[in-house]
Structure formats: C-alpha cells, structure tokens
Design a protein around this ligand. Sequence first.
Ligand SMILES: Cc1ncc(COP(=O)(O)O)c(C=O)c1O
Length: 338
Amino acid sequence: MIDLRSDTVTKPTEEMRKAAYEAEVGDDVYQEDPTVNELEQTAAEMLGKEAALFVTSGTQGNQIAVLTHTSKGNEIIVEQDSHLFNYEGGAISAFAGVQPRTIKGIRGAMDPTKVEAAIQEDDVHNAETGLICMENTHNRAGGAVIPLENMDAIYKIAASNHIPVHLDGARLFNAAVALNRPAKDIAQYTDTVQFCLSKGLGAPVGSIIAGNEEFIKRARKWRKRLGGGLRQVGIVAAPGLVALRTMVDRLAIDHEHAKILAEGLGSIHGINVVNQVDTNIILVNVSERGVTSNQFAAMLKEQGVLVSTFGPQLVRFTTHYDVDKESIDEALRIVNKL
Ligand SMILES: Cc1ncc(COP(=O)(O)O)c(C=O)c1O
C-alpha cells in the first residue's frame, strides 16, 4: 500500500527506536525524567519561548492551551475551517466551556480587520473574548502557510486588546521549512504554540506546547487534571528529540514530492487540484469524474493507494517520510490508469 492518507501514519525511524530503548528515564510528574526535560528545553529554545511541556497529542495540547488561557463563558476567535473548531470533538465546549466565534479565512488566514471586529465589546450581554487561535500550516486549506505579516497583524491587534494568541502549529515545521525560516520566527507572533512530533517529524507519540514560564506552570496542572501526567515517559520523549534533531530539514523532500504529485494529478483529465501546494498536502476535487470522494478513495484503495476524504468531493493526498519518490511515481501511474 502507498499510504497518502496523512503524515500521522509515519513509523518511527531506527534511530528513534534505539533512542527509546536507551532513554534515561525518571518520574516526569516529579519533573525528574531527564529525557523529557531535555526535549522540553530543546523545543522551547527552537520556538524562542521560555518553557515547553510534552503532551500526549496535538488535540490535548490545543485543549490544554484553551483551558489555560480562558474561563468558562469566554468566546474564542477561531478560523472557520480550523482543526480546533472542526476536529476536536467539541472539546472547547465540553472541557473549557467556551464558545467559538468563527471567521472564514482565505487559505486559512483570517483577515485582521475581521478579527478586530470580532472582539467583543465590554458589555453585560457579551461573552468576553478570551483567546484568538491561528493554525499554521492550515490543514483544511491544504497545508497552506499562513503569511508572517498576517500573523503579525493579528498578534498586534490581540496585544492591544489584551487577548492572548495561541497557534495550532501541528505542522509548524512544515511552515518553517516552506518559509525557509526558523520555527521561532513564526512562534514570535503567538503567546503559546502547539506542535506535533508525530506527524511529518515521524515520532510515534506526542506534541509540545510552549509559552512563558507562568503559562506552562498552569498548563502542567491542566495536563495533570486531564490525566496526562505520565511517569517514565522519556521512553516516548526520546524519539521526539531525534525527530527535532534529524527530521526537520528533510520536510523539504515531502514538499518537493507534493509538488510533483500535484503536477501529475493536475494533468489528469477531470482531476482538479484545488489548493496552492505550499507544503505536503494536496486537495483534489474529483466531481468531474462523476464519482464521490469516497468512491474515488475506494477505487484507489483497490489498486493499492490510500487517500483520505474531505467532504463529498475532495480527496486529500499527504506526502511524508514513508513515501519515497518511487511511490509517488507509482501512485501517479495508478491514478492515471484509473
Ligand atoms: C492542524 C491540526 N491540529 C491538531 C491536530 C491534532 O493532532 P492529534 O491527532 O495529535 O491530536 C491535527 C491532526 O491531524 C491537525 O492537523
């Protein structure tokens, strides 16, 4: 199978498995796991933040951020197609007790003037705006990179209204590599950031949230409340360190593969690539073929190619570490044949 469903399907490298085996461990609830401490310190430095916290998943990281920043009854400003709003099981309402105010972005980027207009006035009738969230790269916008000027403008508006900003940077390093800038250049426009070790970076488990010391102290408490305080978790953190040290720069290869795949797919009659391919995600509209996305995905599966679907017409192809150039060429041959 050529698995192009998601970059979450990547398997840990041999170096990661070895690092897990050899990891020095301690009780991380006591903050005595040296490997976790090293991972958190390394991540904080890479993001230009004071501190970081290892969490079990991107969803947990985002939700801990919302819980830490907001109070019940707050409103949070999120992009309409964001992961936080669409794909986290309604957790912002279920756990933090906040309501979303959504803004439709362009390629995932919210218009700063719309963000400003969405901030609630101080009035007894209104929910208080407790947080503004961005997503970079933006998944549903097809791995789109949110321009730094856009992030900067939103961050300034947030600061002047004393509202914190959180970045869902599940694929932050894809954005950094695409922009040819260090991750901290992106994270500078947010108070807190979450990124996933277990997507394109290839680690088996985990995410990082980062921010100032005070935020991370309170986030640690929320992680514990949610049952995310783990013990000898250096076993799992060690592959994360390998990911940060060895897997960032090579994301450029995934982006290159995505461009090749998009170009090939776009040349097939009735297959329309609908996104500008900035990173590792390609969105294809298959309706002109007279099939639904589910039917198209099923036909591809029979031929040995796995893709995911986004609604009735869109199919998503995602490139990653476990798909080499030969597999990309083979996938194109299969789609062409179909
Ligand atoms: C943009 C974005 N944010 C958050 C997540 C959640 O990550 P996890 O699956 O580790 O909970 C994902 C997962 O696909 C994502 O694409």
